[in-house]
Design a protein around this ligand. Structure first.
Ligand code: NOJ
Length: 543
């Protein structure tokens, strides 16, 4: 049967209408998970020099900026999200000079650099936590309940499983929403504010263009630290209403940081951005983090968590755009990161669906984050042996599939952190000279950057073409979109001059061609009168 895809309504607005300036509004930002990107010294762990040497790959890919995950001094209890010194580079990853070199090289290539800032907690090896006097004021210590204080102060559970409280030798308890090695800071203490503002300035002086704010919704807890009462564990990416997440008080911190970033930017002739890793129960609550006087971006995890189903996708896209538009911010799309199952695997449709989802994301208005390796179509590695795993969620979550489901609704996180394959036929596929900290599958030779380069059917070339088109076509990136009529199971929307059609069904759908084909995630067949969109595909058309 021939389905009809007619012209769009209502007419889309011209790109850029009514929006403020800002490079981030339509930027594509590539997440480098440093320990798994490229290893320069053969210790099996990626590092800053390795990342710097591979920056040309990102330039060729066509991204606008790079986000580097934490490379600061850390005992690595949680992949570096347990920071012991916010102004030092961990020797595992290099030196401050290496960070400086990387930032300079990125800028020379025209790439901006965003670094992670981890303000909700430090490492338990941080000097503040090591000093009992300082610790008492700068972290969240409470007496225990029970006759002898032997019970935790409340019923909160750690995101990684188990109680969110650990008892000290002194008999009191401290809060850690994540691992016990990650004590939560007390943001009622002005010294904590002052220290983080100084840390932001330190990295700004080194030339960074922005910060990804870890757990941006967590620094302020409900007064009195009330019980949750229903025994529900927090999810790593969840949307529960909880007394330790998304409290209104966090916005005061973000406003202060925005003033700092804007002030620094104005003084140095640049635009410095903050992107919130915030888990809010609704799109409206999330939009509060990107009000004009707060952070610039917030990852849209509701989109990331949406199932591959036309109605659900349309709903989440509409809700996200409505919420961010109401505060004048762009939407920030993301499909994969170092905490979730890679979307090649998560969406349940292999590479076809992943490639289609990516083209959908890149056609939507706003900015997008890519996670290293998705441009190669890497799948989640699901068969890592337990003895190589390092994710604290695995160790604290009971090591079972059931626990995986609660430790972050997407399960344990090592499977998306396997080092990248760059070249060659065998592991470590050019990652470095000394193996890799997590074993790479033996069948990744066809997925390397080298193998995919120049192959027009490869996922790498699809990403390169898509990003080049995003830059070339003024209708993509920031701006308006309008839904176009489409048969059930197909999403169609227009941007100025472009129509994007997504067939979420498992079978072909036939349509009158909406224009000239610009890009397709899977081969489109047909003739002048009918175009056949394969199942699980996304196509961009010039209209
Ligand atoms: C979010 C980070 O992305 C994740 O990797 C980390 O475990 C938690 N925040 C705690 O810092």
């Amino acid at each position: 049967m021939t389905q009809e895809l007619t012209s769009p309504s209502p007419a889309p607005q011209a790109p850029g209408t009514g929006r403020g300036p800002g490079w981030w509004r339509d930027a594509v930002i590539y997440q480098v998970y440093v320990r798994s990107f490229a290893d320069s010294d053969g210790d099996g762990v990626g590092d800053l020099r390795g990342a710097r040497a591979r920056l040309p790959h990102l330039k060729d890919l066509g991204v606008d900026a790079v986000w580097l995950t934490p490379f600061y001094a850390s005992p690595q209890a949680d992949g570096g999200y347990d920071v012991a010194d916010y102004r030092a580079v961990d020797p595992l990853f290099g030196s401050l000079q290496d960070a400086d070199d990387l930032i300079r090289t990125a800028h020379d290539l025209g790439l901006r650099v965003i670094v992670d800032i981890v303000p909700n907690h430090t490492s338990d090896r941080h000097p503040w936590f090591q000093d009992p006097e300082l610790a008492r004021e700068r972290y969240l210590f409470r007496p225990g309940k029970g006759e002898n204080g032997e019970l935790p102060p409340n019923d909160w559970e750690s995101v990684f499983g188990g109680p969110a409280w650990t008892r000290t030798d002194r008999g009191d308890w401290y809060l850690h929403l994540f691992a016990p090695e990650q004590p939560d800071l007390n943001w009622d203490n002005p010294e904590v504010h002052a220290e983080f503002e100084a840390i932001l300035r330190f990295w700004l002086d080194l030339g960074v263009d922005g910060f990804r704010v870890d757990v941006a919704h967590g620094m302020v807890k409900a007064p009195g630290l009330p019980d949750i009462g229903h025994g529900q564990q927090a999810k790593l990416i969840g949307n529960q209403v909880l007394p330790f997440f998304d409290q209104d008080g966090v916005h005061t911190i973000h406003r202060a940081w925005r003033r700092l970033l804007d002030g620094y930017g104005e003084a140095h002739g640049k635009q410095v951005v903050g992107v919130a890793e915030a888990w809010a129960p609704t799109a409206e609550r999330l939009a509060l983090y990107v009000r004009p006087d707060e952070l610039h971006q917030a990852f849209n995890f509701q989109f990331l968590n949406a199932p591959w189903e036309a109605g659900a996708l349309r709903e989440v896209i509409d809700a996200s755009l409505a919420a961010t538009t109401s505060v004048g911010a762009p939407t920030t799309w993301v499909l994969s990161n170092h905490d979730v199952v890679r979307h090649t695997t998560r969406l349940g449709g292999g590479l076809d669906r992943a490639r289609a989802a990516t083209l959908l994301m890149l056609a939507l208005p706003g900015s997008a984050y890519l996670y290293q390796g998705e441009e190669l179509g890497l799948p989640e590695v699901t068969d890592l042996p337990d003895e190589v795993r390092q994710d604290p969620a695995f160790f604290r979550g009971g090591r079972t599939a059931g626990a995986a489901a609660t430790s972050g609704q997407n399960g344990f996180r090592d499977g998306c952190r396997v080092p990248l394959p760059w070249s060659g036929e065998l592991p470590p596929y050019g990652f470095g000279d000394g193996g890799s900290w997590l074993p790479q599958p033996g069948d990744w030779a066809a997925l390397t950057v080298e193998a995919q380069t120049g192959d027009p059917a490869s996922t790498l070339e699809l990403y390169r073409t898509a990003l080049a088109l995003r830059h070339r076509l003024p209708g993509l990136g920031d701006g308006e979109m309008s839904w176009a009529p489409a048969p059930d199971g197909v999403l169609a929307f227009t941007r100025p001059g472009v129509l994007c059609a997504v067939n979420t069904l498992g079978h072909d759908v036939e349509l009158p061609p909406p224009g000239a084909l610009l890009l397709a995630s899977a081969p489109v067949t047909g003739n002048g009168a009918a175009a056949v969109l394969p199942g699980d595909s996304c196509t961009w058309w010039a209209i």
